[in-house]
Design a protein around this ligand. Structure first.
Ligand SMILES: Nc1nc2c(ncn2[C@@H]2O[C@H](COP(=O)(O)OP(=O)(O)OP(=O)(O)O)[C@@H](O)[C@H]2O)c(=O)[nH]1
Ligand SMILES: [Mg+2]
Length: 372
């Protein structure tokens, strides 16, 4: 009888991930649940599947292991029970903590933190040369203090999360080589930044609006609605990494609207740094449309986070809150938001509700500023 060969699957099964988080004094139950839900969504975006979650109440993080030493043993047991390849901490881990946890979990288990995961998603979604350079720079800066002993066992670990981008290529590079690489990327970025500056100068006399907001709020959808652009829209985190600028014109006035990278809770500091040239569009805008997903249970926290990142990057333009996705609200919820945010604009980028009014407000503002 002829032997039949088993079909070879080319698709690697999802990387199995266990999430862990500390519950510190002051953390509310909803906050913990929301943070873990968001971390699970980030994990899914990076190609992982969450197969377990572990939390621990503590007055403060353990300096050596972040969670308690005994809890790491519990984590090890859970990882074995559910057959996980990777653990991801909801907070940032110090390089020493990663090493200590790794020592207990064993070499085959990858230990990541929230920043490492976000960087990985950025690496996965970067398309243009500029975005790629920015992400590589942020990744190398993140890796540098974590190098010691890191690469030795990487090849024995499963899956791609957290080791894409420079991790793959530069596995053998030593610290100095990475530092050199960082310098090269910085020079490349400086060159791009000079070109961008010239571009922005040319647009100086036009009224400029930037769409900013939490990731997945609907910024790209709104740009498409306002200007008829066809920017990539997806129900995933960090679909957009590049700044796209389109014109909105009523024949008499011209307004430039820029869509850009979204923000998130605990956005890695290195990313904010290296995305400076992309974020410059927001810094120099006359008006910032702070887009928020009104149907999201954590919308108020999202709005606060966006404002704090805007402060961090020095974006001082006039801010208008745009509550999007109102098609998903009940009439009662909508009424609540209208009372809570009387100066906001209420829109549905999906259905086109509120868009004409928003456009007319922008045109009026451009007229007042007399730079249209
Ligand atoms: N129901 C509803 N869904 C919307 C609305 N606007 C956008 N969406 C959906 O929300 C998801 C995210 O939309 P995007 O426009 O990609 O969001 P973004 O803010 O650009 O996201 P990033 O680029 O990932 O930061 C997509 O699935 C959209 O179809 C809306 O008004 N109503
Ligand atoms: Mg987008």
């Amino acid at each position: 009888m002829a032997k039949t060969r088993a079909p070879i699957s080319t698709k690697q099964p999802a990387e199995r991930v266990v999430l862990f988080r500390l519950i510190l004094p002051g953390d509310t139950e909803e906050q913990v649940a929301e943070d873990l839900r968001e971390l699970a969504l980030l994990t899914k975006t990076a190609g992982g599947e969450v197969v377990g979650i572990l939390t621990q109440r503590r007055p403060h993080p353990d300096p050596a292991y972040f969670i308690g030493r005994g809890k790491v043993e519990e984590l090890k047991q859970l990882v074995q029970d559910v057959g996980a390849h990777t653990v991801i901490c909801d907070d940032d881990l110090k390089p020493g903590q990663v090493r200590n946890i790794s020592r207990i979990l064993g070499e085959n288990i990858k230990v990541l933190d929230r920043s490492g995961l976000i960087l990985d998603i950025f690496a996965l979604h970067a398309r243009t040369p500029e975005a790629k350079i920015q992400v590589q720079l942020a990744q190398l800066q993140y890796l540098l203090p974590r190098l010691a002993g890191m690469w030795r066992h990487l090849e024995r670990q499963y899956g791609a999360i957290g080791v894409r981008g420079p991790g793959e290529k530069q596995i053998e590079l030593d610290r100095r080589a990475i530092a050199n690489q960082i310098a090269i990327l910085r020079r490349k970025l400086a060159k791009i930044e000079r070109e961008r500056k010239i571009q922005r100068k040319r647009r100086k006399n036009l009224f400029r609006v930037a769409l900013v907001g939490y990731t997945n709020a609907g910024k790209s959808s709104l740009l498409n609605r306002l200007t008829g652009a066809e920017v990539y829209v997806e129900d995933k985190l960090f679909a957009t990494l590049d700044a796209t600028t389109r014109r909105l014109s009523d024949g008499e006035h011209t307004i430039l609207i820029t869509d850009t990278v979204g923000f998130i809770k605990k956005l890695p500091h290195h990313l904010v740094e290296s995305f400076k040239s992309t974020l410059a569009e927001s810094r120099e805008a006359d008006v910032l449309l702070v887009v928020a997903d009104s149907s999201h249970p954590a919308v108020e926290e999202h709005i606060q986070i966006v404002h704090s990142v805007l402060d961090e990057i020095g974006a001082t333009g006039e801010k208008i809150l745009v509550l999007n996705k109102i098609d998903l609200l009940t009439p009662e919820q909508l009424a609540y938001f209208r009372r809570r945010y009387p100066d906001a604009q209420f829109v549905s980028a999906l259905q086109g509700r509120g868009i004409e009014y928003l456009k007319s407000c922008l045109i009026e503002m451009s007229e007042e500023k007399k730079i249209c």
